[in-house]
Design a protein around this ligand. Structure first.
Ligand SMILES: Nc1nc2c(ncn2[C@@H]2O[C@H](COP(=O)(O)OP(=O)(O)OP(=O)(O)O)[C@@H](O)[C@H]2O)c(=O)[nH]1
Ligand SMILES: [Mg+2]
Length: 684
């Protein structure tokens, strides 16, 4: 296995994924430094990394979007996609994954992050993407790597296979032994590790660990098993072949170790990627793309640049994409490529056409969307992947500080949602609020920061209104009379209304029982309009629902009656009647379905009960070992910030979906507070 020479696999696209803050962005920096794409390795803490270059990411010292960087290593191009680890930005990762050849899952020896690791590994397992585990931060390790692996194993369906073991000196890890190569290395800061003789205690530990590794490989290779049983040392190439094959078949996940901040382990990782990951041909096959001349590309991410133009990061899966190529999506024409760019974070460089396997920036594809498959053949290529964003869990009401920015705000939102489909924006016509839905507090905060930073719109944020309603519990007969004599023409309308409650969710019904023309036919629709006017704001301050109103009697005046007069009379009748009908508040109740690791289920139940939730059931989550699903009915007002508590009870991995179920009466102190708050707001 020569390290140099021609490599038929060509450009690779590799995702860096893993739990929150495990060191992905730092590892990208290390890989770029090691391959000389950058002069010096920056740090996240100093804000000098290639990744996380946006103002928002720097400010929060976390990744909030995918960073794309292409570098060259031993004659091949590698494009790394550094994905955010926070569950609130998981959509970025999910959209990026389908087109990659392999993933490096960066993790730490931290039991609180095992569930997050499981979520990430599941995505990769489901998509059948070969993966390495990079056990980072081993400079801080205080337990043996083998124990760490035991801790992490439940997160992975594939066997975690230790490829490297650390060399300890005085309780500090000073280097590692590569078990496949059978070579020992001593770490040196920011320069490649030095090969040292493998002897003494390290050698006996190596022998033992290597045997364990080979045994695991032999589980799926009879020939190797025989060799082990007969004590024949297997050829090194065979071991490498087995490693690569079993990883590709999803049977094992090799584990490498390192310290991203010091570039330790970066070179070995690069070599593993070089030798053991396949190129675009295999990836295209997995995605059902036939090789050929017709271009097919997958959009990893699309965004609006500071200069206003659109840039789409795409991996070419077949054919060639150059300046002027017209690309279509299954939905519509995406546009004509104007500019093909090499990307290293925010630094871009114009380049020639991109061949199959390359990951590049494509300019001016005005209609391209994140996660879309673009093609230029006679027939539009079907989507290679469908990436539906998770349902949003947290909402924020937003308005422009200055009303004259309303239009600008609308346009900015269109762009933000275009870039990030896990964000959605709704207009509430009843409250005139713009409500933004997202994946959590930080997600929404970053969205609002972008509005200010990138689009220059200053905004105000509020908790969105809950959709309260009110209804009545008693029937009444009420007269509504409107009479005005001012100068010439007067106004006269007079109606008698029977008002009664209807069953829940029956809405509103209007009936007329006029006999003898006491209210002329042509005025009756106006009476109904007036009634509807009167129901818009009930005595408690909310729209009134589930009532039936019948017009039973009334009178008119030949000259002074008019549509307007009868409309006003209808409204007066209702407004005067409702306070006497024992009005009651209605609140929306939703069915909520929470998924969480089983050890958090008791906490989740407590959270739900504390929020007036009525638990309906809890079960094991199908297909998810060690997870539960809890169903409950819960008031909308309690769902508002539920995600914050659910996340803190589940180390960030719990989530929920909800659906409107019914309206329920709310009385007592809580109802009084809501009504008082409504009155105070109306008086402002
Ligand atoms: N001690 C030590 N710290 C590290 C190492 N790698 C990263 N860190 C630190 O861990 C923190 C998080 O690093 P990042 O590279 O931002 O982690 P990330 O995985 O990209 O974070 P997200 O993208 O927000 O999930 C920073 O303070 C890094 O300096 C390492 O190998 N050893
Ligand atoms: Mg990061």
């Amino acid at each position: 296995m020569a390290d140099n020479g021609a490599n038929p696999r060509g450009p690779r696209c590799i995702a860096l994924v893993g739990p929150f803050q495990s060191g992905k962005t730092t590892l990208l920096e290390a890989l770029l430094a090691r391959t000389n794409a950058i002069q010096r390795q920056g740090t996240v803490d100093a804000g000098t990394t290639v990744g996380d270059a946006s103002k928002e990411a720097r400010h929060h010292k976390m990744s909030v979007e995918v960073t794309v960087a292409t570098t060259r290593f031993m004659g091949d191009d590698y494009t790394f996609l550094d994905c955010p680890g926070s569950v609130e930005f998981v959509h970025e990762m999910r959209a990026a994954l389908p087109a990659v050849d392999a993933a490096v899952v960066v993790c730490e020896a931290d039991e609180r992050k095992v569930s997050q690791l499981q979520l990430v590994l599941r995505e990769l397992e489901d998509l059948k993407i070969p993966r390495f585990l990079f056990l980072n931060k081993i400079d801080k390790a205080d337990r043996r790597v083998r124990e760490t692996l035991k801790l992490l194993q439940p997160a992975s369906r594939a066997r975690l296979l230790l490829r490297q073991i650390p060399i300890w000196k005085n309780e500090i890890i000073t280097g590692f032994v590569d078990l496949a190569l059978e070579r020992a290395f001593v770490y040196r800061e920011h320069v490649p590790s030095e090969v040292v003789p493998l002897d003494g205690e390290d050698l006996s530990r190596e022998k033992e660990a290597r045997f364990t590794m080979l045994e695991t490989l032999a589980d799926h290779d009879d020939e190797l098993m025989e060799q082990l049983l007969e004590d024949i040392p297997p050829p090194r190439d065979k071991v490498f072949d087995d490693l690569a094959k079993e990883q590709r078949d999803g049977l094992i996940c090799p584990v490498l170790i390192g310290v991203a901040t010091r570039t330790n382990g970066a070179l070995r990782l690069l070599k593993a990627l070089r030798h053991e990951t396949h190129g675009v041909a295999e990836t295209a096959k997995r995605l059902g793309v036939k090789s050929g001349n017709d271009p097919v590309a997958y959009v990893i991410k699309t965004f609006h640049t500071a200069h206003g133009g659109k840039l789409s990061v795409a991996r070419v899966l077949a054919g060639q994409v150059g300046d002027g190529t017209t690309l279509n999506s299954p939905a519509a024409e995406a546009g004509r490529v104007s500019g093909v760019l090499k990307l290293v974070g925010q630094v871009t460089e114009k380049r020639g056409p991109a061949m199959a396997g390359e990951t590049v920036g494509l300019g001016k594809l005005d209609h391209a969307k994140t996660g879309e498959t673009l093609s230029a053949g006679k027939k539009v290529h079907p989507p290679v992947a469908e990436v539906a964003p998770f349902a949003p869990v947290l909402a924020l009401a937003i308005s422009a500080k200055d009303r004259k920015d309303d239009v600008k705000l609308g346009l900015a939102f269109t762009k933000l949602v275009d870039e990030d489909p896990s964000l959605s924006v709704h207009h509430n016509p009843e409250t005139h609020e713009i409500v933004v839905w997202g994946q959590g507090e930080m997600h929404l905060r970053v969205a609002t920061e972008r509005l200010a930073d990138r689009f220059g719109v200053a905004i105000e944020r509020r908790t969105p209104s809950v959709g309260y309603r009110e209804t009545i519990r008693k029937s009444i007969t009420q007269r509504g009379r409107h009479k005005k004599q001012s100068g010439g023409h007067g106004q006269f309308g007079d109606v008698v209304l029977d008002i009664k409650p209807l069953p829940r969710s029956a809405g509103f019904a209007f009936e007329e029982k006029i006999t003898g023309g006491v209210v002329p036919r042509n005025y009756i629709p106006s009476v109904e309009e007036g009634v509807i006017d009167g129901l818009k704001h009930g005595p408690l301050g909310f729209p009134v629902v589930d009532v039936a109103v019948a017009l039973t009697d009334g009178s008119y005046h030949a000259v002074d009656s008019s549509d307007m007069a009868f409309r006003i009379a209808g409204r007066i009748g209702v407004v005067e009647a409702l306070p006497q009908c024992s009005p009651v508040l209605l609140e929306p109740i939703h069915t909520v379905e929470i998924v969480c690791p089983s050890e958090a289920t008791a906490k989740i139940n407590a959270i739900l009960s504390g929020r007036r939730g009525q638990i309906l059931s809890f079960d094991t989550r199908e297909g998810w070992e060690g997870w539960d699903v809890v169903r409950a009915k819960m008031p909308e007002s309690e769902i508002g910030d539920l995600i914050i508590e659910v996340r803190s009870a589940t180390a960030g991995v719990g989530s929920f979906t909800f659906k409107f179920d019914h309206m329920a009466e709310l009385t007592g102190k809580q109802a009084d507070q809501i009504v008082a708050a409504r009155r105070a707001a109306a008086a402002e």
